[in-house]
Unconditional design. Structure first.
Length: 396
């Protein structure tokens, strides 16, 4: 019986991981692979080893490929176990394989089209599915995370998969601990990822160069840690040989040269402008505001629809009108609109905190019409409720 809470981790393994990878965020711990108790090859070509804890894992594959399913008695998948295999077209990872997908486990499996996790998976290391240039869909049947919060999707895990279109969590309330640095970089056809309600940290460049990702819903739990997490692409090389970061606007061209997975892509790819659906006061809102990315609020963050202010009245003077109205419970302020005869519409005039507004610089002997709405505050935005009935007042 596998003990979920067993201590199978070693700090040296973490240091080794970061020494090998140029940069990027991985789940905090990874298996210690230094001790193998036994090894065997099953009838389907899976090379299976047993680690020091008595858990079986796949360390290699000599099978015929096609649609494969990881053996049910395997707990995790070792480093480079399937790397470079060009015959595997799909992989199903059963619920029994819940522990770990190690670094480069499926990297450069260029015929792999779909990956399905039937249940939970603690996490995956860096480059786990890197360069799978035929990969189209990834489905998580359960969590991608651990009880201690240090699992999830490692850096570059799905980078360089230019045909990846959808990443789906079947359970909307699943746990996703993190999305590491550049985890989905160069997934130029990715149009959909439904991050589950319990999503943790998103790191630098997680969705860099996702040219087709125009809309994304980010749960309120998500923490944004880093830069260029989404809504950015690489532009041309700068004078010092680096690639500039460009905010996607739907017209600027993504520069594919030297970017893994894009060697055979179109020479010019225009990345769509991103629109985020997010929660009031969230890290995602702060990121959107700071980066000038368009956004709207999710259903649970919709503004309170304040009723129209009552008893709106105006007192006229020679070239000004003083408007007053009854307060609306919960309102943080009020917005006053004045009728524009040229456009035939009520236009914004002024916002005030009290139930009184003085309209100045008016023509004497002229009638003006006004409407008033109560304001609610949502994060960094004020949202107006229902506007009052119009009130008309003639200056003296």
């Amino acid at each position: 019986m596998v003990n979920y809470m067993r201590k199978k981790y070693f700090l040296a393994a973490i240091a080794a991981a970061f020494a090998i990878l140029p940069f990027g965020t991985l789940p905090a711990d990874k298996p210690l692979l230094s001790v193998t108790v036994s090894a065997e090859e099953d009838a389907n070509g899976f090379v299976i080893e047993t680690d020091a804890d008595g858990d079986r894992y796949v360390s290699g594959y000599n099978g015929s490929g096609g649609d494969i399913t990881i053996p049910s008695d395997v707990v995790w998948i070792g480093k480079k176990a399937f790397s470079g295999n060009t015959s595997i077209t799909s992989v199903t990872i059963p619920k029994t394989c819940w522990y770990w997908i190690d670094n480069n486990a499926f990297s450069y499996c260029t015929s792999l089209k779909s990956v399905k996790f039937e249940g939970d998976i603690d996490g995956m290391g860096g480059y786990a599915f890197y360069g799978c240039t035929s990969l189209e869909s990834v489905t998580f049947g359960g969590n991608a995370g651990r009880e201690d919060g240090d699992g999830g999707i490692g850096c570059y895990a799905f980078a360089g998969c230019p045909y990846l279109k959808t990443v789906k969590f079947s359970d909307a309330n699943a746990k996703l601990d993190l999305v590491g640095e550049y985890a989905f970089m160069n997934c130029i056809r990715l149009t959909s990822i439904n991050m589950p309600a319990d999503t943790g940290t998103l790191y630098t460049g997680a969705f860099m160069n996702c040219a087709s990702l125009s809309k994304i819903t980010v749960p309120g739990s998500a923490v944004f840690d880093g830069e260029y997490i989404m809504g950015y692409m690489y532009g041309r090389e700068t004078a010092d040989g680096k690639l500039e970061h460009v905010k996607a606007d739907g017209t600027a061209a993504l520069y594919p040269a030297k970017l893994a997975g894009l060697e055979k892509a179109e020479k010019k790819i225009a990345q769509k402008e991103l629109s985020m659906t997010l929660t009031i006061g969230s890290y995602a809102e702060r990121y959107a505001v700071n980066n000038g990315i368009g956004y709207s609020y999710s259903a649970e963050s919709q503004p309170q629809k304040f009723p129209a202010p009552q008893s709106v009245a105006g007192e006229a003077d020679k070239n000004q009108i003083v408007l007053t109205w009854d307060s609306v419970n919960g309102a943080v302020g009020y917005r006053v609109y004045m009728y524009d005869a040229v456009t035939g519409k009520y236009k914004y005039y002024k916002s005030v905190k009290s139930t009184k507004c003085t309209v100045t610089e008016l023509e004497s002997g002229t009638e003006y019409s006004f409407r008033v709405a109560a304001l609610d505050v949502l994060g960094s935005k004020y949202v107006a409720g229902t506007a009052s009935e119009a009130v008309s007042v003639k200056t003296k």
